[in-house]
Design a protein around this ligand. Structure first.
Ligand code: KDG
Length: 316
């Protein structure tokens, strides 16, 4: 069985060769994007047994996604194919000095039609951790229902629910996002809110207040991301601030949060202290920004050890 299972839409991503408005871009690099498969790939690189599942179109893009994720050492045996729908796409638009834009072509995609009948519940219930994000319920009512069902069934068997709010305001209205994500947050065990997500969800801007609010909602562990300032981790009995790594010239910030979550979960699976989990998370998140693409920069355990300048973490 898997240490971590995760599910959510993965798209083929077209990442421009050049910066500037897409209408002037002629050449794209084809890769994949998807918050949950990013986390799975990052965990696999760090040496974990991890499975990702979703629904793909019966098309070349779907076959491409499956082979890339499989090639990263992630178990894709529970991926299903929807013969009547297509695989979703996303285009990135890059600029020299600001965060990139994304344009989605994913409405009615195969992944947004993942049903309860598509799931292997035993596979999910045998995992130690289920990682989900707030992107999935934004995609369709079917996905929202499926996400809730999976959380409930996993919880029944004591699977730890790890949740990244990942608010994507291109996908739904702020009010609906807030209600649904807060509701999911109440059912999770570990939550990874970003500081601006805390603001949107709770109307607070103080990271300690945000963190404690999520603890009060019932989370066992709250890991609040503070960007280059690092993170603040809290459980009932322990609160710790962990300073971040400053990356002078990030190449691509998309995917950093996914690397961060994977680093933290890896630390938990290795029984590291909360401080060490936070350090590992900060390092993996920082390294993700050094390479163009959402998942290409995720490190192996020996690469992250080098980056951190420590020899402490044990390779499997
Ligand atoms: O966290 C990064 C993801 O946002 C990206 O890979 C694409 O899943 C994606 C999305 O829906 O934006």
């Amino acid at each position: 069985s898997m240490e971590v299972v995760t599910f959510g839409e993965t798209m083929v991503m077209f990442n421009p060769d050049s910066t500037g408005p897409l209408r002037y871009v002629h050449n794209y690099n084809k890769t994949i994007a998807g918050a949950e498969s990013n986390v799975a790939i990052a965990l696999a690189r760090l040496g974990h047994q991890v499975g990702w599942f979703s629904k793909l179109g019966d098309d070349e893009f779907g076959r491409y996604i499956k082979s890339v994720i499989m090639g990263e050492g992630v178990d894709v045996s529970r991926v299903v194919v929807d013969e009547s729908r297509q695989t979703g796409l996303v285009f990135k638009e890059r600029f020299a000095h600001v965060n990139p834009n994304v344009y989605y072509y994913r409405k009615h995609s195969a992944a947004s039609n993942i049903n309860i009948e598509d799931l292997d519940m035993a596979y999910i219930q045998l995992a130690k951790i289920l990682h989900i994000t707030g992107i999935t319920p934004a995609l369709s009512d079917v996905n929202k229902k499926t996400a809730y069902h999976i959380m409930e069934k996993a919880k029944e068997k004591g699977v730890l629910i790890s949740f990244d709010p990942n608010i994507r305001l291109k996908l739904w209205r702020a009010e609906e996002a807030r209600t649904t994500i807060l509701d999911m947050a109440k059912q999770s065990d570990i939550i990874f809110p970003g500081i601006d997500e805390g603001e949107l969800l709770l109307g607070m801007d103080d990271y300690q207040e945000i963190t404690h609010s999520f603890l009060e909602m019932g989370n066992k562990l709250v890991v609040t991301k503070l960007g280059k300032k690092g993170c603040y981790v809290a459980s009932k009995d322990e609160q710790v601030y962990i300073e971040g790594y400053v990356v002078e010239k990030p190449e691509d910030t998309v995917g950093a949060g996914d690397g961060f979550a994977a680093g933290f979960l890896s630390g938990l699976l290795r029984n590291l202290s909360l401080r060490e989990c936070g350090q590992l998370a900060n390092a993996v998140g920082a390294m993700a920004t050094l390479v163009r693409g959402d998942m290409e920069g995720f490190p192996t355990m020996s690469q992250v050890k080098n980056f951190m300048g420590i020899e402490k973490y044990i390779d499997r």
